[in-house]
Design a protein around this ligand. Structure first.
Ligand code: FO1
Length: 316
């Protein structure tokens, strides 16, 4: 059993690579739901949808979110009548939010709804929300605190980042399948996908019980760096690291996850950091981490799995 923790775009890519190499019965992908929000009365789960659309093969590659070959009639009509148009909902994507909201209002849990959506899209691997509770990531900045999508989309990540806190997290518990995977005697690896550490992976780690489980598990915990050559492939991770005075490199990622991970996979471009990362007590391995194609995703997944196999048994 392999447990992958994932946010949006980068997480979805490695999750797809893992899904191409691991039997559906042996992979659980636990996804960040801190970005979820109620918008136009619909419940939107951007990261769950990014992973779902990617595994279903219908994701939009250019935008990184939503469905490809999308049309925008709803948004254009909404704008015409003076509705809120700062958050774009494509016509095809809208169907997901409407159906998810309907199923939730009938009393189904987010795990159940996600399973139903996966089935409809013929996705056979297990994608689960980090929690079935409603939680929200609040981004702390020098200009005040903002709900995640306000900071990310409306403010284009411009205010200087100082940290995050969460709404509703104290009462949250890991979703049943996430919990089961964490406790599984067959768990061979926990993999942090190359998603934003602060607003994608940290919310998952902050679900009560998760960090404690990672600290005590015998299973190797590894991360794949979302930073290559001082830049994030997509999104504000590099900007956030600079604003937090962390080195904008895999070394900064190692510092951030320090104490939680046994190993870190970094890009060949950063291979000179293997030694300095190892000096912090974290095993490091350099390979190609830039995923431009399904082939790259699959190769990185294979490299990740063989790195984990090499680490097994070395855990202190
Ligand atoms: N990101 C944007 O930058 N602008 C948007 O209008 C936008 C709409 C949107 C709709 C559905 C969805 O699933 C994702 C959407 N995203 C949009 C992406 C989303 O804000 C972020 O990718 C994640 O929350 C961060 O992982």
């Amino acid at each position: 059993m392999i447990l992958a923790l994932a946010g949006g775009v980068g997480g979805a890519k490695l999750a797809h690579g893992l899904a191409r190499n691991i039997d559906p019965s042996e992979l659980v992908i636990a996804v960040n739901t801190g970005d979820d929000f109620l918008h136009l009365d619909y419940f939107i789960c951007p990261d769950l949808d990014s992973v779902l659309y990617k595994l279903a093969g219908i994701n939009d590659i250019e935008r990184g979110w939503g469905i490809r070959d999308e049309s925008w009639n709803f948004m254009e009509s909404l704008k015409k009548v003076g509705g809120e148009d700062w958050f774009q909902l494509g016509d095809k994507d809208l169907a997901t939010h409407i159906e998810r909201s309907r199923l939730l209002s009938e009393g189904q849990t987010l795990s159940e709804v996600t399973r139903a959506l996966c089935r409809k899209h013929n996705v056979v691997h297990t994608i689960v929300p980090m929690t079935d509770h409603r939680v929200g990531t609040i981004v702390d900045t020098q200009e005040g605190d903002f709900f995640f999508q306000d900071y990310f989309v409306r403010l284009r990540c411009e205010p200087a980042f100082t940290g995050v806190h969460y709404k509703g997290m104290e009462d949250a518990t890991p979703s049943p399948q996430f919990s089961k995977a964490l406790e599984s005697a067959d768990l061979k690896a926990i993999i942090f996908c190359p998603s934003n550490p602060f607003v994608s992976i940290d919310p998952i780690l902050n679900v009560p019980g998760v960090t404690g489980a990672l600290r005590t598990t015998e299973t190797p915990v590894i991360a794949v760096s979302p930073i290559i050559g001082g830049q994030a492939i997509k999104g504000p991770a590099a900007k956030m690291m600079a604003e937090l005075d962390l080195p904008v490199s895999p070394l900064g990622i190692a510092q951030h996850y320090g104490g939680l991970i046994d190993g870190l996979i970094i890009d060949n471009e950063d291979r000179m950091l293997v030694g300095p990362i190892m000096a912090t007590g974290i095993d490091a391995y350099a390979t190609n981490t830039l995923m431009r194609s399904a082939e790259d995703e699959s190769l990185l997944a294979q490299e990740t799995l063989s790195f984990v196999r090499g680490l097994s048994g070395n855990r202190p």
